[in-house]
Write a protein that binds this ligand. Structure first.
Ligand SMILES: NC(=O)c1ccc[n+]([C@@H]2O[C@H](COP(=O)([O-])OP(=O)(O)OC[C@H]3O[C@@H](n4cnc5c(N)ncnc54)[C@H](OP(=O)(O)O)[C@@H]3O)[C@@H](O)[C@H]2O)c1
Length: 251
């Protein structure tokens, strides 16, 4: 993908990886709009980014944001579905369901709502890219976050189907698969989390390839992505299950 001078919408671009990626596209000459529920906060901080208020759990909000973005940017040619929440859950306590519902609504249904909103535009344009965002956890579960893993595995499967359905339209579909990155509080709990800027350096290198790879895999996520193929899956799930000791009453 040519990353220069793109017109980019990053839904879930108001913090963390999305905001970092937005800055990279802006630095490459792009026009970049970041979306989220707290877009107003970013508007005051980053003068080279445009913003749009959007809650991906609310279909009316998604439709309003689409209309606003396309009215100002009829040449929009890259949509990134970055919105996501990560929550721990204790599956022995049925009260976890609220976290499960939120996680699926934001991460999986939210992704689908945003893709549905912009696919007709991109297909009519006859070019452009949809970038979904999953996680190494889509491929190698982290038992402390069951619905998160399910949501990201769902986004992976959906992305594969979307790519097949859009073949021949000129619209590319690619999936960003981050490992742990030092954002959203990860930096406090996971010493192995990659510093954001090093992660983005690698990401920009991978997405700049032509054609754009179906999956954007940095080195740090390969062990998760290929665990099943490499025969390391069971041992890794076992060792990742130690995190369950962090649940209240499980030590
Ligand atoms: N950091 C990691 O280790 C890691 C690893 C693998 C995958 N990922 C994925 O990467 C993506 C970004 O994560 P991050 O670490 O950068 O986290 P983050 O800083 O918490 O960013 C999450 C983004 O999602 C947006 N969001 C949450 N709920 C939303 C809603 N209802 N409607 C619209 N936007 C919503 C937030 O915006 P508002 O609050 O403004 O709404 C924010 O911009 C997520 O999909 C995450 O699952 C992260």
């Amino acid at each position: 993908m040519d990353i220069d001078n793109r017109t980019v919408l990053i839904v879930g671009g108001t913090s963390g990886i999305g905001l970092g990626l937005a800055r990279r596209f802006a630095a490459a000459g792009g026009t970049v709009i970041v979306g989220g529920r707290s877009a107003a906060r970013v508007a005051g901080q980053a003068s080279n980014l445009e913003t749009v208020e959007i809650d991906v759990t609310d279909p009316d909000s998604v439709a309003r944001a689409r209309d606003e973005v396309l009215a100002g940017h009829p040449d929009l040619d890259l949509v990134v579905t970055m919105s996501g929440v990560m929550q721990t859950e204790d599956l022995r306590d049925p009260a976890h369901f609220a976290a499960a519902a939120t996680t699926i609504d934001v991460n999986l249904l939210g992704t689908i709502r945003v893709i549905d909103a912009f696919t007709p535009h991109l297909v009519e344009l006859g070019r452009g890219t949809i970038m979904t965002v999953t996680s190494g956890i889509a491929f190698l579960p982290f038992p402390l976050m069951p619905s998160y893993a399910a949501s990201k595995a769902g986004v992976h499967a959906y992305t594969e189907a979307l790519r097949a359905q859009l073949r021949g339209t000129g619209v590319e579909v690619t999936e960003l698969v981050p490992p742990a990155v030092a954002t959203a509080g990860q930096e406090k709990v996971n010493p192995a989390a990659l510093p954001l800027e090093s992660f983005l350096d690698e990401v920009v290198g991978v997405i700049s390839a032509n054609p754009t790879p179906h999956e954007i895999l940095v080195k740090g996520v390969q062990m998760h992505r290929w665990a099943e193929r490499d025969g390391t899956y069971a041992a890794l799930v076992e060792s990742r299950s130690r995190s369950l000791e962090n649940l209240p009453g499980r030590s």
